[in-house]
Design a protein around this ligand. Structure first.
Ligand code: MTE
Length: 302
């Protein structure tokens, strides 16, 4: 069956919003029969028939606290971030540690288009056509050593360019982490674009993590370091409030945030007041990822 959220692009492919909408209609048929190794052959119900948010919505309603805590602060202030040159330090338990230039990473990776649901822990959601590559490909390039169990990520920390880090909202730099099998899962990508355009700074340029079955705060922006380790790494929101934010942070409508329900979400852009829709287990990717958590009590391991 089709996995409608996958479409291989060449590096320089550009998908304007209007063309994207047209091509999606063609893709529905064209991709039928193409499977993806490692993903259950029946596509999840959720990604079928998704309508993407507009480019304007995706790039103007953001969380990027390094630039302020308002939803419009990142679009206003993130332009100050210098993204050229950009290097990603890959270190820890890898065969080829080092500073990888962003251009070299791009050349080595296959850029795909992935239409993913995106669910913030604040109970709003969007549908975003990302461009990017599988994190597994990057980790394999660096050569993961046996014994590595987790992947830690770090965002750039530039006090001169990031007005928000003057405030102790979080313990900067922003850090995140995944278990190695979550990081290697084919749904986990490093996004470098939106709608076929280079990803904008407010969305985490030049490259940010996207883990569609987890709350949005796991999807760390503007990554400068990736570390393979054998111990569970600290994560920013867990450090800020461990009672409210667990390490796993899987989308789960049956486990409420201590201060609000997670059973429903506000679908951004679906009308004046935004439609409230039911939140799905693992954000609709249950068929693809539930096996990662077999035997775990997800009401405790949040
Ligand atoms: N990454 C960094 N470095 N700083 C942040 O404040 N916010 C997170 C996540 N990644 C954040 C971050 C949260 S809470 C969400 S919901 C998503 O980014 C928002 O991504 P978007 O603005 O591209 O929709």
């Amino acid at each position: 069956m089709a996995n409608r959220w996958i479409n291989t692009l060449t590096e320089k492919d550009v998908t304007p919003e209007a063309a994207f909408m047209n091509r999606r209609q063609i893709m529905g048929g064209a991709l039928a029969g193409i499977g993806l190794a490692g993903i259950s052959s029946s596509a999840s119900a959720a990604p079928e028939g998704l309508e993407p948010n507009t480019y304007e919505e995706i790039t103007s309603y953001n969380n990027y606290y390094e630039f302020g805590t308002g939803k419009d602060d990142p679009a206003k202030y993130a332009d100050a971030l210098t993204i050229e040159p950009w290097t990603v330090e890959i270190d820890g338990m890898v065969d080829k540690p080092g500073a990888y230039a962003f251009e070299d990473i791009l050349k080595a990776m296959t850029i795909e288009e992935r239409l993913y649901k995106f669910r913030c822990v604040e109970a709003w959601s969007m549908v975003i056509p990302w461009n990017g590559f599988e994190l597994a490909d990057l980790l394999n390039m660096a050569g993961v050593q046996s014994g590595a169990k987790y992947v830690a990520f770090e965002t750039a920390l530039r006090p001169d360019e990031m007005p928000g880090v003057a405030y102790p909202v979080l313990d900067w730099p922003y850090v995140e982490g995944l278990r190695l099998d979550e990081a290697m899962h084919p749904l986990t990508i490093m996004a470098t674009g939106v709608y076929g355009k280079d990803i904008l700074k407010q969305n985490g340029a030049p490259l940010r993590l996207v883990v569609p079955w987890k709350y949005g705060y796991k999807s760390i922006k503007s990554v400068v370091r990736i570390t393979l380790t054998d111990t569970q790494p600290p994560t920013s929101w867990n450090k800020a409030n461990a009672r409210e934010y667990g390490f796993y942070s899987n989308v789960n409508p049956t486990v409420d945030h201590p201060r609000w329900s997670q059973a429903t979400e506000r679908a951004i852009g679906s009308g004046l007041f935004s439609k409230r829709i039911e939140t799905e287990m693992f954000n609709g990717y249950e068929e693809d990822v539930a096996a990662l958590y077999a035997g775990m009590d997800l009401t405790k391991d949040t």
